[in-house]
Design a protein around this ligand. Structure first.
Ligand code: PMP
Length: 361
């Protein structure tokens, strides 16, 4: 069809077309006569793919040698548990910063293994980050946990919390690879792949070396950071095909100018969208406080109400804008603009938004 399809889904999400084309070209023969998905994970060919993926992740994010990179399974949700199970040795309590759905889920999961403190009372609505001076951080916490970009609520941190030496654990599932950040400020950084890193199936974990070595005795092997580090992420059969695509996505990021290229792109895209919302004289609105707005996942709604949202979504769908519907927990509209989304595609969306407003004064 001639219709332009634009995928605004929050994950699984758009993957660069060049990557999908390369996957297609290599699907039946990855260079050794068989498909990459038929290769033994113990083969030298697959080991090279695994190592290349880890190497590119280190290079792109400028990760120092005293941080280890692990490719694990279980999604972001698996990491909610694995973080607690691997850091429990530091103490039986942890501080959680709740800024949305995903940090709340992470806290609930961790509370199976340790005592979870909220650094500020859980707000009724997640649309701002309370000032750091009001937080109640426990210097004896095993770690401090937060989610850098709340995918559902559209709340993003534009600073790194100060924890005075307590290891900082961060879920960057929906904004990893979209801007430069100082890895040395963190103890652990987790990110599921299905937003900025490829298809669903792996979780990339960055962990500072000194936090390894003392997993909980109850930690399943597949969640054990120490074992995964020792085994170079080849403890058991990894999702080999996904790791291969992950490495192609990373190579694509590198070709596009790396983190700085991604950062410039996400800044331009989000500024364009927020400008149209701001200039709509109240036709559209975003519930999030300006200093905590996400550059990546933008929730908004029509002030005319839920029926107007529905009409907007219907027309958008007919035009080929896919997966713009807000998360079932918050409703409204949500545009996810991960790295694979181009500025041109966001321009098409904002042009539609402007015209929709003109047609419905
Ligand atoms: N953290 C964040 C920020 C997410 O957006 C998601 C999924 N959308 C998760 C964690 C959970 O990931 P998964 O579905 O892979 O368990």
């Amino acid at each position: 069809s001639l219709k332009q399809v634009i995928n605004f889904g929050a994950g699984p999400a758009k993957i660069p077309k060049q990557v999908l084309e390369q996957v297609k070209d290599e699907l039946l023969d990855c260079g050794c006569g068989i498909s990459v998905m038929e290769l033994s994970h113990r083969s030298s060919e697959y080991t090279a793919i695994n190592n290349r993926a880890i190497e590119l992740y280190r290079e792109l994010l400028d990760i120092p040698e005293n941080y280890k990179i692990l490719l694990m399974q279980g999604g972001g949700t698996g990491a909610f548990a694995s973080v607690a199970l691997n850091l429990l040795h530091r103490g039986a309590k942890a501080d959680y910063i709740l800024t949305g759905v995903w940090s709340t889920k992470a806290a609930k999961e961790a509370s199976k293994y340790l005592k979870v403190n909220h650094v500020f009372p859980k707000p009724e609505k997640f649309n701002a980050i309370p000032d750091q001076s009001t937080w109640n951080l426990d210097p004896e916490a095993a770690y401090v946990y937060y989610c850098d970009n709340e995918t559902v609520n559209g709340v993003e941190f534009h600073f790194i919390p100060e924890t005075n030496g307590v290891p900082l654990v961060c879920d960057m599932s929906s904004n990893i690879m979209t801007r430069d950040f100082d890895v040395t400020k963190f103890g652990v950084v987790i990110a599921c792949a299905q937003k900025n890193l490829g298809p669903a199936g792996i979780t990339a974990i960055i962990v500072r070396e000194d936090l390894l070595g003392k997993p909980s005795p109850l930690c399943p092997q597949v969640f054990d950071y120490t074992l995964f580090n020792q085994e170079n992420s080849l403890l058991n059969t990894p999702p080999t095909f996904i790791v291969y695509i992950f490495s192609l996505v990373l190579q694509w990021v590198k070709n596009q100018g790396g983190l700085l290229g991604m950062e410039a792109n996400s800044k331009a895209k989000s500024e364009l969208l927020y400008k149209v919302i701001e200039n709509s004289r109240g036709f559209y609105s975003c519930p999030v406080a300006k200093d905590s707005r996400s550059r990546i996942t933008v929730p908004f709604c029509l002030n005319a109400g839920a029926e107007a949202d529905k009409q907007f979504l219907k027309e958008a769908q007919d035009l080929g804008f896919l997966q713009l519907k807000g998360h079932r927990l918050v409703g409204g509209i949500r545009a996810a603009m991960y790295n694979a989304m181009t500025l041109d595609e966001v321009t098409v969306l904002v042009d539609f938004m402007t015209k929709f407003q003109e047609r419905n004064p």
